[in-house]
Design a protein around this ligand. Sequence first.
Ligand code: HEM
Length: 181
Amino acid sequence: MYGLINKAFKTMIIEDKGDEAWVAVCKSLNSEPLDFNDFEQYDDKVTLDAILAYSKLTGEGAEVILESFGKFWVHYTQESEYQTILHSFASGPVELIESLDALHSRLELTFDNLTAPSFWTERESENKVLVYYSTSRELPLQFFVVGLLKGIFKMFDKPCKIEIVEDLKGVTCSFAFRVTF
Ligand code: HEM
C-alpha cells in the first residue's frame, strides 16, 4: 500500500491517542517509530501489522479499527491536497461511490503503480443501493469499506445504515454492501 495510507493511519492514532500510542504500536512491531513517504509502496503486511498492533493495544477488534479508519480516511482526504479531486467527483454520496473508479484512475497520474479497488452499484429502491467492491488484496478490507461508505454519507450530512451482503447471487466481486439512507 502506498505510504499515504499508512501515514493517514498513523495520523488517526496520534489524533485519537497521542504520539505515545504510535510509539507503542511500532515498539510492538520491534521498530523505532515509523514514518512513511506518501509515494513509496510498502508491503500490505506493514499496514495489516500496524492495524493488528493497534487493535491489541486498545483492546478493540481489528474490524472496529478498520471501520474507524475508513471514516477517518474520507475526513483526511477532504483536508488534504486531494480535496479538489475528491470534491470534483462528489455531487452526492451515490454519485461519489459510482465515480470511485474514475477517481482512482485520475490518481494513477500521481501514484503510477496504484492497485486500485473497483466499485459499482445497483439501485434497489429510492433509498437503498447495493455497492459492489472488488480488490486484489488479501486484507480484511470489507470493514475499511464499511467505514469509507459511512464517511462518504457523513460528508453529505446524510445518515446511513450499512449491511455486508452475504449472498452475492453469483455476482463476481470481493464484497457487497447494502446501504440504506
Ligand atoms: C481523493 C481521495 C482519495 C485518494 C487520494 C485515494 C488514494 C488511494 C491510494 C493511494 C490507495 C492505495 C492503493 C495502492 O497502494 O496501490 C487507495 C486505496 C484504496 N482506496 Fe482510495 N483514495 C481516495 C478516495 C477513496 C474513497 C472516497 C474511497 C471510498 C470507498 C476509497 C477506497 C479505497 C480502498 C478500499 C482502497 C484499498 C485498496 C484495495 O481495495 O485494493 N478511496 N486509495
